[in-house]
Design a protein around this ligand. Structure first.
Ligand code: ATP
Ligand code: MG
Length: 280
């Protein structure tokens, strides 16, 4: 369980990034966090892994007050993939990056190699094992950061924009990995603007605005209409738009909503009326 009790955080230069936030996140929840740039999302998740200690209020993770725990201690429970992986990676090879994480959580050397190979395989990174993370592409680096966290198998896993910079194959793969975590009853928190992804996986959506939680609800509540997405400047998916249009006609589509492209095209072709326009 994660608990925020009246948490505020002010950066040293005076920016109030979190303003009196209170909430509880139950074990096994899959929470999606959305909000405009600068809304406080990254600051919020950094409070969960103890990188940021609140200036007011308290954050309790599995009965531990983050104020009293070191970042290393919190890292055993909470994995956080940073928004910018350049701030996360430091080792001279991909293998060493994962090895360091595993050593940190007390995995003996004899077991580390196997876990490293297995994790790199799941993230399509096998060929990069001996390479420096700094010689990889942005998308590959993000996956190395992801790998260096999931190999520790913590109970709480947080990813700040995990699909940013990933092509479609890697995006699907990351979605699958997060889904597996959900099946293992881990708590997953994802900051993302990827609505498609949220509608498939999330059980709860938090919308941040100016350091506060503006809306807290289920995916179905959140995406009933375009209202919420308009507020945070996020473009709805085609599936959602179609769902809303059908709703207006009294047809309720279930979730996950999928488009049968061929049926859709057949319907459109059937309905199109060619208007004759006189051009003189
Ligand atoms: N290191 C910092 N020092 C001072 N102010 C900061 C710092 N990091 C963030 N802020 C400020 O705190 C507020 C919240 O920032 P935060 O990074 O949490 O937003 P965010 O919702 O993650 O935004 P984005 O979608 O752009 O990633 C913003 O006003 C930002 O300018
Ligand atoms: Mg951010």
């Amino acid at each position: 369980m994660i608990e925020f009790n009246s948490v505020s955080y002010q950066y040293p230069d005076g920016a109030l990034a979190l303003n009196n936030v209170s909430l509880r996140i139950k074990d096994g929840a899959f929470v999606a966090i959305l909000g405009k740039n600068g809304a406080g999302k990254t600051t919020f998740v950094k409070c969960i892994n103890g990188l940021i200690k609140p200036t007011k209020g308290s954050v309790i993770v599995d009965h531990l007050n983050t104020r009293n725990e070191s970042v290393a201690q919190m890292a055993k429970r909470v994995g956080l993939v940073f928004q910018n992986s350049d701030n996360q990676l430091f080792a001279s090879s991909v293998k060493d990056e994962l090895d360091f994480s595993l050593k940190n959580v007390g995995i003996p050397e004899t077991e580390r190699e196997e876990t490293i190979d297995e994790t790199l395989r799941t993230l399509n990174l096998t060929g990069f094992k001996e390479k420096s993370p700094f010689l990889l592409s942005g998308g590959e680096r993000k996956r190395v950061a992801f790998a260096s966290l999931i190999c520790m198998d913590q109970n709480i896993f947080i990813a700040d924009e995990p699909t940013q910079g990933q092509d479609e194959i890697q995006r699907k793969n990351i979605e699958l990995l997060l889904q597996k975590m959900q099946e293992k009853r881990k708590t997953v928190i994802v900051i993302t603007h990827d609505v498609d992804f949220i509608t498939r996986l999330a059980t709860r959506v938090l919308i941040f605005d100016e350091g506060r939680i503006m809306i807290d609800g289920s995916v179905d509540d959140m995406f009933k209409s375009s209202r919420v997405l308009d507020l945070i400047h996020v473009q709805p998916t085609q599936e959602l738009m179609l769902k809303w249009l059908l709703q207006e006609k009294g047809i309720t589509a279930s979730r996950p909503f999928s488009l049968d492209q061929e049926a859709l095209v057949a319907t459109i072709v059937d309905k199109i009326k060619v208007k004759k326009v006189n051009v003189n």
